[in-house]
Design a protein around this ligand. Sequence first.
Ligand code: OGA
Ligand code: ZN
Length: 373
Amino acid sequence: MTAVEHLRDARVLRVTFENGAQADYPFLWLRDNCPSGFHPQTQERMQDLLALPAGIGVDSAAIEDGALAVAWEASVHRSRFPLDWLARHRPGTPLDDPADIAPRLWRAKTGLAGMPRGDAAALLADDVALSHWMRETRAHGLALVEGLPADQKAGMKVARRISFLRETNFGTVFEVKSKPNPNNLAYTAVALPLHTDLPNQELPPGYQFLHCLANEALGGGSVFADGFAIADSLRAQEPALFDLLSTRSIPFRFHDGEYDIRRRQKVITLDEAGAVTEICWNAHLAETFDMPAGEMAAYYEAYRAFMATLRHPKWAVEFALKPGQMVVFDNRRVLHGRAAFNPTTGRRHLRGFYVDRGEFDSRLRVLARPPGA
Ligand code: OGA
Ligand code: ZN
């Protein structure tokens, strides 16, 4: 049986659930989350926190009909908290998140073998197939879609099954082919060393899609490497250099006739627990380093160490994209590149677009809802 204790001194209600789990709910937290304070349709909080006394007290508390019933001191207000809601929102435990899928780190061998492959028709028609492929893509950070029909928009249709596309200064869709007057090295035939796209943006794009329409030119093979695995390896080998890359930011910049887009980023971003959450690596868009002269040598040592680590062949997965295939990767984790190609030997044309991480994760959560929820 579920029981509640009123701990006046600690200013919490201690609930012991049927399964023995116990949690402490602070008075003010409970009152702030009273279901009556939320809009019944939008589910957004309407209760004004400052209208509640900071030192709010509880008159009485009891477990009644699957809910915790609370009468508040010096108020006629009564609250009812469903026990399943309280169990999901135990202070100190983050809300269960179906999109919180741990990254599965890889290197050259495991990268290709573990790469999820989805069939375009199945991803378009079947939510279960889409959910499975998206969960795998979230874990691996790199995936393939195969069987796309010979329709220029086929790749975009799959991306739009996930969510809306992220627009940038290169458009909603960018055509990766050798062009006259290029404003980006991707639009030439030169090799692109491993990089992440657009670290010069306030929020670098999340998932990147490269839909292959033609790949007949000599050269032009694709290369990918897991930036999280590379960063963790550097942390183990050279902790002081890792520390510099994860605490000091450097300037990134793209500029052409129309735009001048700048942002400082750290090469390695960590979460509060110290886990790597983002890599920004793009030697083409790195602006002139601007730290004090006395700090240059140390930063260069760290920056070169990351560069040298990622060049080691143990990380890179290489394959040639074929028409009808689309590669999908987390641009804030997985670095990508390509070999040079000879545009006089045949056509090479990829169509690129992005879906940000937030939209990708939202779709994962919605797909994980039980039917009818
Ligand atoms: C890009 C890019 C890779 C390729 O467009 O950002 O890196 O294979 N392209 O052309
Ligand atoms: Zn790129």
